[in-house]
Design a protein around this ligand. Structure first.
Ligand code: SF4
Ligand code: SF4
Length: 258
């Protein structure tokens, strides 16, 4: 039986989900924390958007905070939006929704980048880390850890968007956290490459991409949106797609639209 990229990814998603529940499973020795900030083998980790918001809301720079954001910044610089495809619990929830309910695909948009700018400006103006307070990603974490609360409204909005505008409409249209990782990963080293000798232009990879991205494209919007999830690799029966660390130049065979 072929082990797909999706099944490996699912395992990792479930692993990162399980990490939310220490000390029950991990006793705080190797891991302790949440998706906002954590301690892994004694190394402090903070999500870069949280670091930005706290810096702006508190109007003070804390080197220790930024040191803890650095490992995740480096991961995004090298591998792009892998937080989205391998870690984000909201992404897992959206991917588990039945396909028949979420077939519609929202268009890609740069809106999350503008939302990010707005979130940062608001954090500065009202001295509250806005995304941390209103993020459905963190709302889901709260619901998982503490049960249903007022945060469930945020999850309801994301689910409604998924059902009406398409499965990943939150990610594609609004999420500022995805925007941070997408922007950091614009010059990533892990690329999708298309083998032009194997590709028969069936476009199955395009249809498989829930982010509406052109696999292997070097267009900045596609690179920004691509989470390196590998769903397109699984979808290609010709095995024309693969990940490469040497990525450079334009590898796309789909220059025009989808
Ligand atoms: S875009 Fe946001 S909600 Fe979507 S997977 Fe990425 S971090 Fe999660
Ligand atoms: S192009 Fe492929 S790897 Fe990138 S998000 Fe779409 S399906 Fe995932």
């Amino acid at each position: 039986m072929k082990i797909t990229m999706k099944s490996r990814r699912r395992l990792l998603q479930l692993f990162f989900l399980a990490l939310l529940f220490p000390p029950l499973y991990f006793t705080g020795v190797y891991w302790y924390g949440t998706y906002i900030s954590a301690d892994l083998l004694g190394v402090a980790l903070t999500d870069p958007l949280t670091a930005m918001e706290i810096t702006l809301a508190g109007k003070s720079f804390h080197p220790v905070l930024w040191l803890s954001a650095l490992p995740l910044i480096i991961v995004a610089l090298l591998f792009g939006r892998v937080f989205c495809s391998y870690v984000c619990p909201l992404n897992l929830l959206l991917e588990l929704l039945p396909g028949t309910l979420t077939e519609r695909k929202s268009q890609n948009s740069q809106l999350p980048i503008y939302i990010l700018a707005m979130v940062l400006l608001l954090s500065l103006l009202i001295s509250i880390p806005v995304h941390n307070t209103l993020s459905p990603v963190y709302a889901m974490m709260h619901v998982l850890l503490f049960g249903l609360g007022i945060e469930a409204i945020l999850l309801g909005i994301v689910l409604l968007m998924a059902l009406t505008l398409g499965r990943k409409s939150w990610c594609r249209l609004l999420c500022p956290l995805g925007a941070v990782y997408g922007l950091l990963g614009i010059k990533r080293r892990l690329f999708l490459q298309v083998d032009p000798h194997k590709c028969i232009h069936c476009q199955k990879c395009l249809r498989a991409c829930s982010m509406g991205t052109v696999p292997g494209s070097s267009n900045w919007r596609d690179v920004y949106n691509c989470t390196n999830c590998g769903d397109c690799v699984d979808a290609c029966e010709q095995q024309a797609l693969h990940f490469s660390l040497k990525g450079s130049g334009n590898h796309s065979i789909f220059k025009e639209g989808k």
